[in-house]
Design a protein around this ligand. Structure first.
Ligand SMILES: Cc1cc2nc3c(=O)[nH]c(=O)nc-3n(C[C@H](O)[C@H](O)[C@H](O)COP(=O)(O)OP(=O)(O)OC[C@H]3O[C@@H](n4cnc5c(N)ncnc54)[C@H](O)[C@@H]3O)c2cc1C
Length: 529
């Protein structure tokens, strides 16, 4: 990707110089900051101001080029609407989290079990009307993809991810030939191209335009760095993702922070702020989907690099103590919520944020600690070549090396005796082939024996947030009183239906379903004069 310097908001909420994200996040930072000179900012006390002239007039404005945006744009276009898609990033980074995701999805085998399972996953946090709408649309999803010529094959993983929950037997997971390389995104994007749907890049939406009667009538954006106003005769579908890269919002809403994301730095909560400004209720804001660990290094901060470990390693807190069975399946976030986001009210800190993976020479020499396949932002765009034996990353200080456990502990700022006791205790468990402390799987109990020893500083590694403006079963964005905000719809992970637990493949499926639902309902409306 393009390298250079750019100004982005870092995890501390400060504005700093970052090499990695030139051009990719600059537009995002501008949109997140809001308030371009000369713009009309509406508050609830002011009557909405409609622009005297529009730069463009269409039927439907779609904000965001992820799966949700593409599904909405295709559906609206096929129903005869004139559509424009706004994307804040450069063309090379289009597609948000969707393109760089595992590109897998799930569908149910039958409606009653689908409703049962989705309801159980949502744990009472998603309205029944929404559960039903999502389940019904998911039943039709593969048929829609077939019509678009998108192939699928059974994937088998996460089938189901929560077998203990009622209805889970209905889950079938799919991919179009693999869980990387944009295999779902790219053919869907091709469908947008075939329909000649206009996509405007480096065009962050900043604000919704409302009529004096508070119908959403368009979008104020920045195009080429200048204000640009688009009229949407039928309405607007916000598909602009979550708030993964807004570290201030993380502090207000997530149960622990910072959590770093392996998705697009373009997702900075813009859609949440735009919807709030026109009175939207929020939901599911406390729900990050995150795996158990990646590293953040100066060159690529704030994008996280996933770390894969097996064999002779343990995970310890800042004091050098183990705190969980390292092999426990993450279940798309529950491992993190249960163990890593623990706050210690006595010491007044998150003792496991960050935590550390400690491993021995056998792990270091087995191969690279990360995979450079096209999955996640780092694999797609960093252009980095990780060394086969991790030696380059040790030299860079990304991996800390100690001649012995005590030496390593000193370098990590831990008491040597504490880390030594942890490694020795774990060694005893390995010899007995049982982990009475945390119940780590017997076949994974491999002692750390071969010096030197190493450590990486791990943060939870987020796929995406699920929170955002609340929507109803028609994908209309609603106010705190449940009333829809006229002509404002949302789709995808911006205010997702997935409120609590989650089955892998559910987000992409929801994006494709809610994009269609939103567009169908919007296109059926009478246009504004
Ligand atoms: C590494 C990774 C792997 C994953 N694997 C899977 C998987 O296999 N299956 C699954 O179901 N889910 C997976 N997920 C989650 C899933 O990818 C996302 O939930 C889904 O892609 C969200 O799609 P979306 O269309 O809602 O948003 P996105 O695809 O994130 O698109 C949002 C777009 O909006 C743009 N945008 C933001 N603000 C503005 C603005 N102001 N103006 C204009 N544009 C704006 C962004 O730049 C972005 O392009 C994964 C996520 C990650 C990060």
């Amino acid at each position: 990707m393009t390298r250079g310097t750019a100004t982005v908001t870092n995890h501390a909420g400060r504005v700093g110089r970052r090499e990695f994200l030139k051009g990719s996040a600059a537009a995002g930072a501008a949109a997140a900051a809001g308030g371009v000179a000369g713009s009309v900012v509406q508050t609830s006390a002011q009557a909405p101001a409609v622009p005297a002239r529009w730069d463009k007039v269409v039927d439907v404005v779609v904000v965001g080029t992820g799966h949700a945006g593409l599904a909405a744009a295709i559906t609206a276009t096929d129903a005869g609407a004139k559509v424009v898609i706004l994307e804040k990033m450069k063309k090379e980074f289009e597609g948000g989290n969707s393109k760089i995701s595992g590109n897998m999805w799930w569908t149910p085998t039958n409606l009653p079990e689908a409703i049962q399972y989705i309801e159980a996953l949502s744990f009472g946090l998603t309205d029944k009307e929404c559960v039903k709408a999502l389940a019904e649309e998911m039943m039709q999803l593969n048929g829609w993809l077939e019509k678009l010529g998108i192939k699928r094959a059974p994937l088998g993983i996460f089938q189901p991810e929560h077998p203990e929950l009622p209805g889970s037997a209905c889950v079938r997971t799919w991919s179009n030939g693999g869980s990387s390389d944009g295999r779902l995104y790219i053919p869907l994007r091709e469908q947008v191209a075939q329909r000649k749907i206009e996509v405007m890049y480096e065009a962050p939406a900043r604000e919704l335009v409302q009529t004096p009667t508070r119908e959403v009538a368009g979008v104020r954006a920045d195009v080429g760095g200048k204000p640009y106003v688009i009229k949407a005769r039928k309405g607007v579908v916000l598909c602009c993702g979550g708030f993964e890269f807004d570290f201030e919002m993380q502090k207000q809403f997530l149960p622990g922070w910072p959590i770093y994301c392996q998705g697009t730095p373009g997702n900075t909560g813009d859609g949440i702020r735009m919807a709030q400004e026109v009175g939207a209720a929020l939901w599911h804001m406390n729900n990050p989907l995150a795996g158990l660990g990646g590293i953040v290094v100066p060159e690529f901060d704030p994008v996280v690099i996933p770390i894969n470990l097996s064999g002779a390693y343990i995970r310890v807190d800042k004091a050098g103590k183990r705190f969980m069975a390292e092999t426990r399946p993450s279940r798309h976030g529950f491992g993190v919520k249960e163990f890593v986001l623990h706050f210690d009210g006595v010491t007044g800190e998150f003792p496991r944020l960050p935590c550390y993976a400690v491993f021995d020479e056998t792990v270091r020499t087995r191969g690279p600690l990360t995979s450079m396949r096209k999955f996640g932002w780092f694999g797609w765009y960093s252009g980095y070549e990780w060394s086969a034996d991790n030696s380059k990353e040790i030299e860079k200080g990304w991996i800390v090396r100690g001649e012995n456990v005590a030496d390593l502990a000193s370098k990590l700022g831990m008491k040597p005796a504490d880390l030594q006791a942890t490694v020795s205790g774990y060694y005893e468990n390995c010899k007995k082939k049982v982990d009475p402390d945390f119940g780590r799987a017997t076949n994974s109990l491999v002692a750390l024996e071969k010096p030197p020893f190493y450590a990486v500083k791990l943060f939870p590694i987020m796929y995406n947030t699920q929170g955002g403006p609340r929507r109803n079963g028609k994908c209309q964005v609603v106010k705190p009183n449940g009333q829809p905000i006229p002509r404002l719809y949302s789709a995808g992970e911006l205010g997702s239906f997935w409120g609590w637990m989650y089955n892998g493949g559910g987000n992409n499926a929801e994006c494709l379903c809610t994009g269609q639902i939103a567009a169908r309902n919007l296109v059926a409306m009478k246009p504004l004069a």
